[in-house]
Design a protein. Structure first.
Length: 116
């Protein structure tokens, strides 16, 4: 059974940092990504990373968030620095089997709340 399980969310003051983790089980994904969805807004792409550590970022988080992965434990991370109130959202990780296709598997999400 393929599963993605996020952890590491919580409440943090503006300007603070959090590191999210996403543990994949059941298979290895050539590409994994992080997304978020705030109440009343559409899901937003944040960053992705291939198994060879090629990364890409949304402009909204470039320079503040860092995506990484540890292939030995099938886990992807999102280091979030300089958090802002508008970063408050439910954060999801996702896995993609084919690099040119849509994401196939999603986690259940972990809540990040940034207080002012």
């Amino acid at each position: 059974q393929v599963r993605l399980v996020e952890s590491g969310g919580g409440v943090v003051q503006a300007g603070g940092s959090l590191r999210l983790s996403c543990k994949a089980s059941g298979r290895t994904f050539p590409k994994m990504g992080w997304f978020r969805q705030a109440p009343g807004k559409e899901r937003e792409f944040l960053a992705d990373i291939t198994v060879s550590a090629t990364t890409s970022y949304a402009d909204s988080v470039k320079g503040r968030f860092i995506i990484s992965r540890d292939n030995t434990i099938n886990t992807v991370y999102l280091q979030m620095n300089g958090l802002k109130f508008e970063d408050t959202a439910l954060y999801y990780c996702a896995g993609k089997i084919l690099l040119t296709a849509a994401y196939d598997y999603w986690g259940q999400g972990t809540q990040v709340t940034v207080s002012t």
